[in-house]
Design a protein around this ligand. Structure first.
Ligand code: ADP
Ligand code: MG
Length: 686
């Protein structure tokens, strides 16, 4: 199948009739739990089981071959070997969609791996859409299709949930049931042998009932396609992903700084950012973020107005807002004047603390005025239990405010129980309430992040002028390990480099030095030395008269040396690193950070997928903690940012143009107020 041609999952997601292979009439068996759920489907349902004529009042046939011709979807829950036979029989029968719940495939290793390969062969022979194997199933609440063995299904709603873990999926169903959160679809991917996240993402993006897509993923099968697809989908619908496996186990043996600092998690971060995917860190954040996005309007910006009758929680909320990068702007003079008049004893700043004895009327006015303030993009209301005001009263105030203003409103009620009445009012109005102020703030932050995804301009994917033929020739003639002698590769890409050249003997070194100024820098050339300074392979400020001696010393210290690079001596500048690393899932990544010899100590680096547009480079450069150093902190002059940005942009194109570059470091790129210059280079070709 053509990789970019989306699969048609219409009959999988909206089947007209369904069969269950492995339906059981015996309560307590999985095949029974499953079939009792599926039996609730609005359309025709068939059981396949040789021992019965009917199960739960639905027709039962002995084999797949006996099914009527119009079955769209088969749910398979028989032992592994039988599952393959059943799948093949379904294919022969013309059933093009299956959910394989049966486990015992790739996840069991051993013979399971070959079994899964066989499943893929069968599916592709019959051109079938197969979910699983080892899937927890599929739920389409609107069609009352619950093809899982979960004790309870799901309410109908607008969130599509995709899970790579069955257990997590079932936990989420439970959570959602308790809170009456509904789903448009619930899909358990299982082992992703045939259908993976991209197939579902594409299909759910087109589903009119789905407003938010939330996923738990352990990995992405086709990285570049995921990024392309996500960039498209997230323009219309938010996509939230909880990605597991964020800790990198085991040190990577890397031949570059960039390689050592890059882990696949950095690549996922970069890919999600490029795709506009909102990455979350916890299950709760995933679900609460999805709920907020499905209920709330999007804010215009990041400015939050907080109203509270509890001082402590308001401070916690303010702290959380700062952590999430939200702003608490001073309110407009008109708002402040009204509040001061109404609450003469209160502290009228943002957070607005209207004091513990505030009545319902007073609360209502404060919430109304703060939300109406043009300086406020979203509202957060905090309260603790108090005799003057019931939660139900406050819920009514919030519900009304939420209706009147096209701004997100969330609440933090610091109480174990807020009561059924308050809960009903809030959920009917689409106002989310939390215990912890930080969770309420995080939900607002998720809304603001998605607003920013929608607002971002389409990236300008223009290319850079470079002598690609020259670069190709250089790469073809050297390697697999390139060092400082290959700075000329950067020259071919229009990147300024320090003047210099390779000397093969002391005389040559002296001759080269003569053209480079009174003092020069000598660097050992050797494919085996990764950090030249550590090996005594860098000498800075060598006078012309000393070049011959230093040459001899260096070659003696590093027996593997094939020569010495003689380079012009540059004044001290800000040292940054620009690197390339190739991720197995997402391809080339660019790294930028504070550089020099301390790069791995500081770890102040950021990654992005190559190639980068000018705007994306600016974002990358500004994203490191040390950016103020480059911009000129504490009276120091700023480095030439446009020149720096251009170098990163050019290196990102170099990364995209030459897949043979596995890793590459320009460290340091020396940055000055009027220019930037590369003085060191390292690359590994594959
Ligand atoms: P390595 O990274 O292998 O130790 P570098 O070529 O990066 O070797 O040099 C180490 C440090 O020496 C740089 O971080 C920089 O501070 C300084 N340096 C290197 N080349 C020059 C130069 N041409 N002019 C001035 N300082 C330099
Ligand atoms: Mg270096």
């Amino acid at each position: 199948m053509c990789p970019n041609m989306p699969r048609d999952l219409t009959d999988l997601l909206y089947p007209r009739s369904v069969a269950v292979v492995g339906a059981s009439a015996t309560p307590g068996k999985i095949g029974h739990a499953l079939f009792s759920n599926v039996a609730g489907f609005t359309g025709p349902v068939y059981a396949v089981n040789p021992s019965h004529k009917q199960i739960l009042g639905r027709p039962c046939v002995p084999t797949v071959a006996d099914l009527p011709a119009d079955v769209d979807l088969a749910i398979i829950a028989v032992p592994p070997a039988d599952a393959l036979r059943a799948l093949d029989a379904c294919g022969r029968k013309g059933i093009r969609n299956a959910v394989v719940i049966t486990a015992g495939f790739k996840e069991r290793r051993g013979e399971g791996i070959e079994r899964e390969r066989e499943l893929v062969r069968i599916a592709s022979a019959h051109r079938m859409n197969v979910l699983g194997p080892n899937s927890f199933g599929l739920i389409s609440p609107r069609a009352r299709l619950n093809a899982t063995f979960a004790p309870r299904g799901a309410f109908a709603g607008t969130i599509a949930f995709i899970s790579q873990s069955g257990a997590l999926g079932s936990a989420v169903l439970n959570w959602a049931w308790q809170r009456e959160v509904g789903f448009s679809f619930f899909v358990s991917l299982g082992n992703k042998a045939v259908l993976a996240e991209n197939d579902l993402l594409a299909a759910l993006a087109r589903d009119p009932e789905t407003r938010v897509i939330a996923a738990y993923l352990e990995g992405v099968e086709d990285g570049p396609e995921f990024v392309r697809l996500a960039s498209e989908v997230t323009r219309d619908k938010p996509v939230l992903v909880l990605k597991a496996g964020t800790t990198e186990v085991g040190a990577r043996a890397a031949a570059s700084h960039t390689g050592a600092l890059a882990g696949s998690d950095r690549a996922y971060d970069a890919a999600f950012r490029r795709g506009g995917v909102l990455r979350v860190r916890t299950v709760e954040e995933l679900l609460e973020g999805a709920v907020a996005l499905s209920q709330q309007p999007l804010p215009r910006g990041r400015r939050v107005g907080i109203v509270s009758n509890a001082g402590g929680p308001a401070i916690l909320a303010a702290d959380a807002a700062a952590d999430e990068g939200l702003e608490l702007p001073p309110l407009s003079p008109g708002t402040v004047a009204s509040l001061v008049e109404r609450f003469p004893a209160a502290n009228i700043a943002n957070p607005v603390d209207i004091l513990a004895d505030a009545s319902a009327d007073q609360f209502q006015d404060a919430v109304e005025w703060v939300l109406a303030d043009p300086k406020v993009d979203m509202g957060l209301v905090l309260t603790a239990p108090h005799p003057v005001l019931t939660f139900a009263e406050l819920a009514r105030i919030l519900a009304a405010a939420h209706r009147r203003h096209a701004k997100p409103v969330v609440a933090s009620f610091l109480a174990g129980e807020i009561g059924d009445e308050a809960e009903k009012i809030l959920s009917a109005a689409g106002v989310s309430a939390y215990f912890e102020p930080a969770r309420a703030v995080r939900a607002l932050a998720t809304l603001a992040r998605y607003r920013e995804v929608q607002d971002r301009p389409p990236p300008d994917r223009s290319t850079v002028d470079a002598d690609r033929a020259q670069a190709r020739e250089l790469l073809g003639s050297r390697g697999p390990r390139l060092g400082v002698e290959s700075l000329d590769l950067l020259t071919a890409y229009g990147i300024p480099v320090a003047r210099g050249g390779v000397a093969r003997g002391p005389d040559e070194a002296e001759a080269l030095a003569q053209d480079l100024g009174e003092e020069v820098v000598l660097k050992v050339v050797s494919a085996e030395v990764v950090h030249k300074s550590d090996a005594g392979g860098v000498r800075i400020g060598v006078p012309g008269s000393g070049v011959r001696d230093v040459y001899r010393e260096m070659v003696r210290a590093v027996p593997a040396a094939t020569g010495v690079y003689v380079q012009e001596l540059l004044p001290p500048g800000e040292e940054v690193i620009v690197g390339i690393v190739r991720d197995p899932t997402f391809g080339p990544l660019v790294m930028f950070g504070l550089g020099g010899v301390l790069v791995e100590v500081l770890e102040d680096v950021a990654f992005a997928l190559a190639p980068l547009s000018r705007g994306e480079v600016e974002e990358l450069v500004r994203s490191i903690r040390g950016f103020p150093l480059l911009e000129g902190a504490r009276g120091r002059p700023s480095v030439h940012l446009p020149a720096l940005v251009e170098v990163v942009e050019r290196i990102s194109h170099l990364a995209a143009d030459f897949p043979q570059i596995q890793e590459l470091d320009v460290n340091p790129l020396l940055c000055y107020p009027d220019r930037v210059v590369a003085v060191d280079f390292r690359a590994t070709l594959g």
